[in-house]
Design a protein around this ligand. Sequence first.
Ligand SMILES: *[C@@H]1O[C@H](CO)[C@@H](O)[C@H](O)[C@H]1NC(C)=O
Ligand SMILES: *[C@@H]1O[C@H](CO)[C@@H](O)[C@H](O)[C@H]1NC(C)=O
Ligand SMILES: *[C@@H]1O[C@H](CO)[C@@H](O)[C@H](O)[C@H]1NC(C)=O
Length: 194
Amino acid sequence: MARILLILASKFIILSILSSSGLIQCSREDDHDFVSILDRKLLGLKEEKLSRFRIYWHDIVSGRNATSIQVVQPPNGSATGFGIISMIDDPLTEGPKLSSKMVGRAQGFYALSSQEEIGLLMSMNFAFTVGKYNGSTITVLGRNTVLSKVREMPVIGGSGLFRFARGYVQARTHTFNLKTGDAIIQYTCYVLHY
Ligand SMILES: *[C@@H]1O[C@H](CO)[C@@H](O)[C@H](O)[C@H]1NC(C)=O
Ligand SMILES: *[C@@H]1O[C@H](CO)[C@@H](O)[C@H](O)[C@H]1NC(C)=O
Ligand SMILES: *[C@@H]1O[C@H](CO)[C@@H](O)[C@H](O)[C@H]1NC(C)=O
């Protein structure tokens, strides 16, 4: 018995030497060499913080300086505009006036995705351009029923100072110009990040 164990043990040692030297390959299901567990301190991650910021989103569809361009027309005159897609590069400002301090841009698209009501799928990055936030982004992806008073959408991630971000935004219409279609929307963002 002891001899068998000894033989098995020496076989195991030889196999380990061969496999660690790369001479034979062990293909075990749970061998995932491309994955490693890191200590979060290595990335300088400390306490998770909760930040709130309130900004104004300007969707300018009219005039020569439009920031929102319809790129897909509805296939058939739907009452809710179902199927329309607009690309946006909308200014984000500190106050409701477009002339107030610019803090970044909302870049992405929205698509009319409801056949029953005016409901958008929003898919956009808030790319900040001020101070320490310059170059950092958060990504908003969600459902925006524009006629509701408050629309909540998830923040699904971020970059730079907002790495590992998660949270939500609440959108409230500040003004909507019926003549031009231009809109100013207040976005209050609640973001957990490091
Ligand atoms: C468009 O932007 C330019 C440059 O900022 C400005 O001079 C012009 O007045 C704007 N035009 C309109 C129609 O807003
Ligand atoms: C548009 O909708 C109408 C009414 O529903 C329908 O009769 C027509 O065939 C549709 N046209 C196209 C191109 O889908
Ligand atoms: C933000 O970063 C860009 C690119 O690094 C730089 O060109 C720009 O001057 C910065 N803006 C501010 C306000 O710091």
